[in-house]
Design a protein around this ligand. Sequence first.
Ligand SMILES: [Zn+2]
Ligand SMILES: [Zn+2]
Length: 566
Amino acid sequence: MTAHWLEETVEEISKRNLTEFTFSTGKTPSGHVHIGILREIIICDALKRIFEKRGAKVLFYLFMDDFDAAKRFPDYIDTKYQENYLGKPFALIPCPFEDCGCESYARHFGNELISTFENFGIKNKIIWTYDLYQKREMQEKIRIALENTDKIKEILKKYIYPTLDNDRKQLFIDMQKTWIPAMVICDECNKIQYKATDGTIQPNRVIKYLNEEREVLYECPGCGYKGKNSIYSGKLKLNWRVDWPAKWALFNATCEPAGKDHSVKGGAYDTGIEICQKVYDYEGPIKLPYEWLRLGNKDMKTSKGIVFTPKQYMELADPEIYRMLILRTNPMKHISLRMEEIPQYQDYYEKMENIFYGVEEPESKEEYDFYKYLYPLTKVINVPEIKPIRIPLKLLTFLSQMQNILSLDKLYEKVISSLKVNNNEKTISIDEFKVLLKRTEKWIKEIKNELTKITDHKIKRNIQNKIEIFTIPKTIDKKLINNLSDDQINGLKKFREYLADNDDLDADSIQNKIFTIAKKELEIPPRKLFEAFYLVLLGSKSGPRLGPFIQMLDKTWLMDRLNQLL
Ligand SMILES: [Zn+2]
Ligand SMILES: [Zn+2]
C-alpha cells in the first residue's frame, strides 16, 4: 500500500530512469475556461513538485491550442460576430470585447485562465500552439506525418474501425480513401474548417501532398478556393489525432493526464501513443486518465459557456482548498465541486493541517501518512515552519453578515479577541482580515443566490442552517413589534437589564439567562421568548443559536436595539 494514489504514477514514471521529466497538459481557449481544467494541471503540478524534490529537472507545459478552429461559440458571444469567425482558428479571431486591447480571441480567454495560476500555486510554461506551428521543428513533424499518411491511416483504422457500427464502418472506409492528416488555412477566406448548413464540420483538408516541392494542394469547402501552400508556410495544422503525438514527440512528454473522453478505448490517447511510437519514434507519455470535475450536478463545457472559472472560485474561496480537493481524490473518481460545502472542505483541510503539525492525533498510520503526503502538495507557496493562523470560517461567516451594523475596526477587534481566547501567539493584520471578510461576503452572496434556485425547502433549510445565513435589518419593523405579546416585551426588557449590569458574557450564560427569564420569571414557553429575540434582531422567526449569536453582537448596538422597544 502506498501513502497516496499519486505514488503509483510516480513509480511508473521512475521506471523510465530519466534525469529530465516533462509533464504536459492542454486546453482549447474557446471561451471562458472552466475550473475543471485545473484538475489535470494541479495533478501535473504535484508530480512536478515530487520530482523536483528528488533533484530532477522538470519541465511542465500547458499547450494552449489556439490553432483549433472555432466549431461553435458560447452564447455570450454576439451572433453577428459568431457568423463572421466560425471556422477560423481561435488565434486569428480578434478579441470579442471592444476596447479590450488583447491580441486575439484565444489570448483573451487563455490569458484569463493563465492569470489565475499564481494564485493556485501553479508554475508552468505556456505554449501557444499557433506559434508553435510557425516553427520549423513543428513543421518537420507535419512533413513526417504527410510522408507517413498510409501508416497513420492503418493505425487509426486498427483502433477506430472496430468501435463503429456497420453504416459508419463503410463511411470510415470511404473517408480514408482520400484522407491526409493535415489541414490548411485557406488563403482566400482564412478558414480552416467549414460548418455546412446541415451542421457537419468539413475541415479544409490537404488533398494532395507534393513531396518534392514540400507543398500541399487544397480546395476550401467554405469558399471553393483552390490553393497551393508550402508546408513551411505556418498555415498547416495536423489533424488533432496526429497533432497530439507530434507534440509529445517534440517535447519528450513523460506523462500527460487525459480527460475520460480521450482516454476511452480507441480514443485519441491510444491512437496517439501508437502514432508517436511508429511515426515519430518516441515511446510517448504515460497515460493518466481522469474523471470530470462537475459543478454540483452539472457538467461544465467551455465551448457551450457552461462555466465556473478559476477566477470566480478564487473570489469566493481558498485556492488551497481546491488543490486539496483535487489531490485527495483518486483521478478515476469524479468530483462534484459544491460551493455550499466549503465549510466541510475547510474542516477536512484543518484536520489535515492539525495532523501534519502534530496538533491532532491521527486515527491511523494510514491517515497520518496520507495527510503528511498531501498537505505540502496543497500549499500555494511553501509549507510554513509553524502551523498557520486561521480564523474559523464560522466566525468569518458571522462577521461578514454583521458589516451593516458594525465598523471594520469593531469586527477586527472581535477577531483578535477570539484568536487570543484560543491562545494564538501570532495574529492577523487588519488588511489580511479585510481580504478574508470580502471573500466570505462574496461566498455568502453566491450561496444566497444559489438558494433562490433551489425549490426543495428541506434542502434549502439544510444549507441555510449549516452555513448560518442571516440578515440583520438596520431598523426594527414596527409591525413586528406591535405583534409581540406583553410577556415577550417584558422578557426582552428583563434581558436588557441583565445585559446592562454584566460585561463579557459568554454564550452559555446568555442562552441560560434567556431560558430562565422565560421559564422561571415569566412562566412562558422559552420558544416564545427566543422568537421575540429573532424578530427584534433579524426580523424573522428563527436564526442561528441565540447564545453565541448575541455574544458576538456589539453590546452598545444591542442595548440600542432593545431600547427601541420602550
Ligand atoms: Zn480581450
Ligand atoms: Zn476559403
